[in-house]
Write a protein that binds this ligand. Sequence first.
Ligand code: HEM
Ligand code: HEM
Length: 192
Amino acid sequence: MKTLRHPFPIRIWHWLFAPAMILEVITGLSLSYPNPAPGLPNLRSVKKAHFTVGFILAGLYIAYLFDRRKYPDIFPTPKDLFIGLPKFLSYEFFLTKKKPKFEKYNPGQKFLYTLWLFLIPFLLVLGLFLYLPRLFMRPLAWIGGLNNARRLIHLGTVVMAASISGHIFFGLTHSIEVLKSIFIGSFNPQKQ
Ligand code: HEM
Ligand code: HEM
């Protein structure tokens, strides 16, 4: 029997947010390592794209917070940490053959989505500080100045890039039914 796994607004949100976040990470890292090779956009265009997408991401992130139904699904519990996570890891590292069953999200997903819930606003706020440094002189001084803010946003972006790679890998390889559900909404738990 098919059930609705991802309602329409979440699917639209996901497919607006995913390319925007990937673009933000790529443009951010090209600000860290500017490359003047012919054929690549110049730094001014990269900055413009980075700022525009940054504001779009901020809007989408705020919209995401309003979907209160998802919180019980994504916050890990002590049971996820002490029972679910070892089960999940032993399956992922080929120590057991039997695929464990979890509620909507497995413990790996729960930890990842919770990490993003905090990491994304951290990056958005740091980006805003770098964008308007005079206005945010005080908080910038608290975190050790502009250079430290750039170091922190850089570090956070590397964590974001690595975790997105993991998310895409698992999204594409874990279960075709679940992958379909982020496009069409419904899925069949028996076929998972
Ligand atoms: C093209 C690459 C991507 C693919 C194939 C993909 C695939 C998926 C799939 C299959 C799910 C559903 C998981 C499930 O129901 O168990 C999902 C959920 C999710 N994805 Fe992605 N994803 C991609 C990129 C991204 C990016 C770049 C982000 C942003 C950092 C992202 C954020 C999320 C979030 C937050 C959810 C949970 C949505 C919710 O139910 O609240 N995804 N993704
Ligand atoms: C998830 C969101 C974001 C990510 C992943 C991100 C990533 C980055 C990275 C990696 C850098 C380069 C740091 C360095 O090594 O020097 C950077 C710089 C910067 N970002 Fe972002 N950023 C984000 C959001 C924003 C937002 C919302 C804004 C404001 C509109 C913004 C404005 C800036 C500015 C002004 C710089 C400095 C550019 C320069 O050095 O001239 N960022 N960002």
